[in-house]
Write a protein that binds this ligand. Sequence first.
Ligand code: GLY
Length: 392
Amino acid sequence: MNLIKIGCFVFGVTALLSSCKSNVKIEDEKTIDVLLQHRYTKLLEYPIDSLSFPRSMTVKTGNIEKVPSSDWTSGFFVGNLWQLHKLTGNAAYKERAEKWNAFIEKEKFNDKTHDIGFKVFSSFGQGLTVEDDNQDYKNIIVQSAKTLSTRFNTTVGAIRSWDFNKDVWEFPVIIDNMLNLELLFEATKISGDSTYHNIAVQHANTTLKNHFRKDNSTYHVVVYDTITGKPKDKVTHQGFNNESSWARGQAWAIYGYTMGYRYTKDKAYLNQAEATANFFINHKNLPEDGIPYWDFNDPSIPNAPRDVSAATVVASAFIELYGFTKDDKYLNYSKKVLNSLNSSTYILSSEVNGPFILDHSTGNWPKNDEIDAPIVYADYYYLEAILRMKAL
Ligand code: GLY
């Protein structure tokens, strides 16, 4: 068994044993190891089908929400297979990942949404970390960056996120869009064409100027006027209300500016990442086990659903942020989250038959969709956090 000791706990390919304080159930290392291995195998067993990327599931009914490659989440399942290959060394995960990757390739021409970054970078970007001289993957990433760039508006200085709701939102930019910049930064590194990097920087600068509140929490959607280039509305789509702090939105902001700093070394990005990070970890409504409620301002807290996906996005980002700042509080939060998640409170029960690892994420509360459920991107950032922790 490959174990790594970090601080007050132990984890590795397998499990975790804790003496840390936490309000989650603590099991012994072997129990957790068995639970995780069982869940990992479920990803291998999931049938290959180009139209059925697993996105989430309803535990009670066993129903798996399956989506085509055009869905913003399609790349995460493939990314999970790539990451499990890296974590376990098992070639079966890689073989599966290659097959699923092929179904995503056509998204490189899909200019209907900004989510091409999530789709292509979580799949082919992960693939490149395993097959670092795969020229086909590199070409797909560069073509995808070219497609994403067509959504950039020079007057606004940002990439348009969504095309729906056009009669209400003239030019919507959502905080989530920060994650799609990684595709652009990498495309410049691959191709030598600085266009993509420059668009990413302009988008990040515009978002920095307009998305954050005085307390360094972030709005979800900023709507721009395309004639003046100025923001004309600041609203939410997935949060509790326009002025609330949707947990995953805060997570995308922290991850996005930490990643942006990696490519630019712009101190303003690092400062914003730290400011929003501090808003997150010091919030009075953040539970003791580190897993946030889906929105920091839901009045039904402490009875509101949690969002494991927000926790895993932040846990992964904080390992990188710790690398830049050497501030232990970031690493301690990541450890706490992994510690909490490596328990039967959060690992999906072995009786559940679906290609997911963790339970208790919240996708879209206002639409009553994917509430307290296993969701594919929570697993993606969980595996990324484990790999990043191992690499420290
Ligand atoms: N990018 C959409 C979400 O975070 O739900």
